[in-house]
Design a protein around this ligand. Structure first.
Ligand code: 5AD
Ligand code: SF4
Length: 459
């Protein structure tokens, strides 16, 4: 097939971001060339998100713009993948007839072939297999290449939890863990390419190794990865509070490479609402997890997800959420208005919360969280933290940017040669979204573990 210029656009979560990155490498290896703008492309790939209605609306207005490009250039191929594609399948052609290819969440590996077929035959294709083929999944992630100091690594796909509001189990399918040996091999490869930090991805990493039943559970996987020379930092997301194990909590105290940050979605501070959401834990259990995490690693940063306006949520339920926030004092919080998703249990529940009430609750919650985020960030002012330098700061001006172990962004004057290394930085100022820092005249800079670096111990 001819070499195509392709452009990839991503909506949604880190998993989608990561899949889009690997898909781009796969297309490159098939002889195509990535371009930075859609109007330069022969192939536009959109990786979609279905988690809330708003994401879907954004997708269709974006597709409308791509249609205008196609009106001018009929040989443009438009491919739509990801969660919306999995859910809609061929129905997507009805709403957007100018789309040429629909590929589901289990068809990533097939995209180069599907694109070739569409261009050869001029016929539309929808490929949305229900099940993931483990071997094809491995073949897909084999194309993962390091592009930065930090990298995502998918350890499991899908979700079997069926929280009442959530479309993920319907569009991402059943839980499937990758073999531990494959994950370890991928991380070793990435480290050899210069990666210093990996974030392990899964809808619920606590179920890692259960389906199919593997020899390794998630804490054991973390411990194995921590032994890889040159890998400085390990993170993971997401963890479901109902099955966060004692062993994983212990890892935070025992494994120095496991960074002191956990994303632990609470969703609501009312037991009544949590039950209706089918979350299968109570506020009491959540608070005890927070306490034990802080015992294991006092500096741990805790972030969370919260939904306001779940059907039946009263003012009293909502106040309970604010109270839990006051007690925990999250370092950061992603908060959303409940959005009914087709096919989910919650979409059929009575007592919807009116839109203006949802909006008002969201605003109150976000104002409180801003204060907490700022308070937690300000607590770091004056403290020295090791910062893994990721690159030049967006602010420019000779600044570099990196993250503390707690996953907070720090901008500080520094040397671009520090990229990929940990530098001790004194935090001098804190805002809601980032920190500022400085290094002493004789900075303490960690070894360069990257290939060709001064202290490359693993070759
Ligand atoms: N409406 C609003 N928020 C949702 N989330 C998932 N489904 C919905 C929905 N239907 C939120 C949850 C989840 C995060 C990724 O998105 O908080 O943790
Ligand atoms: Fe959705 Fe619940 Fe699974 Fe998270 S655990 S992906 S919220 S069903």
């Amino acid at each position: 097939m001819d070499s195509l210029r392709f452009y990839v656009q991503t909506f949604g979560c880190q998993m989608n971001d990561h899949d889009s990155g690997v898909l781009a490498r796969l297309l490159e290896e098939a002889g195509h060339l990535e371009v930075a703008r859609p109007d330069e492309a022969d192939l536009i790939v959109v990786n979609t998100c279905a988690i809330r209605e708003k994401a879907e609306q954004k997708l269709f207005s974006q597709l409308g713009r791509y249609r205008l490009l196609k009106d001018r250039r009929p040989d443009l191929t438009i491919a739509v993948g990801g969660c919306v594609a999995q859910d809609a399948g061929r129905r997507l052609f009805r709403r957007a007839p100018y789309v040429d290819l629909v590929f589901g969440t289990h068809a990533l590996q097939d995209v180069p072939d599907l694109v070739a077929r569409v261009r050869r035959t001029g016929r539309r294709i929808a490929a949305t297999p229900e099940e993931q083929d483990p071997e094809r999944l491995e073949a897909f992630y084999a194309h993962h290449r390091a592009r930065a100091v930090t990298a995502y690594v998918t350890v499991m796909q899908g979700c079997d939890n069926y929280c009442a509001y959530c479309i993920v189990p319907y569009v991402r399918g059943r839980e499937l863990s990758r073999p531990a040996d494959e994950v370890v091999a991928e991380v070793e490869r990435l480290v050899a390419q210069g990666v210093a930090e990996v974030s392990l991805l899964g809808q619920n990493v606590n179920s890692y190794g259960l389906k199919p039943r593997g020899e390794t559970d998630f804490p054991a996987l973390v411990r194995r990865l921590a032994r890889i020379p040159g890998l400085l930092r390990i993170r993971f997301t997401t963890s479901h509070p109902k099955d966060l194990s004692d062993d994983l909590i212990r890892c935070f105290g025992e494994v120095p490479a496991l960074m002191p940050h956990i994303h632990l979605p609470l969703q609501s501070g009312s037991d009544r609402v949590l039950e209706a959401m089918r979350r299968r834990y109570t506020v009491g259990r959540y608070l005890s997890l927070v306490e034990r995490l802080r015992q294991a690693r006092p500096e741990i940063a805790i972030t969370s997800d919260m939904i306001v306006g779940f059907p039946g949520e009263t003012e009293e339920d909502f106040r309970a959420t604010l109270e839990v926030m006051e007690r925990v004092r999250f370092d950061g919080l992603f908060s959303f208005k409940f959005s009914p998703r087709p096919g989910t249990l919650a979409a059929r529940l009575p007592e919807p919360v009116p839109e203006p009430v949802k909006e008002e609750r969201l605003a109150r919650l976000q104002a409180l969280q801003q204060a907490h985020t700022l308070e937690r960030n300000q607590a770091l002012v004056g403290v020295v933290r090791p910062v893994l330098v990721e690159g030049p700061s967006k602010a420019g001006g000779g600044q570099v940017s990196g993250r503390t172990p707690e996953n907070k962004i720090v901008n500080f004057p520094g040397d671009p040669a520090w990229v990929g290394r940990e530098v001790d930085v004194r935090i001098t100022a804190a805002a809601v979204n980032s920190l500022r820092g400085e290094v002493p005249a004789a900075p303490s800079v960690g070894p360069d573990h990257r290939p060709g670096g001064v202290a490359c111990t693993f070759r």
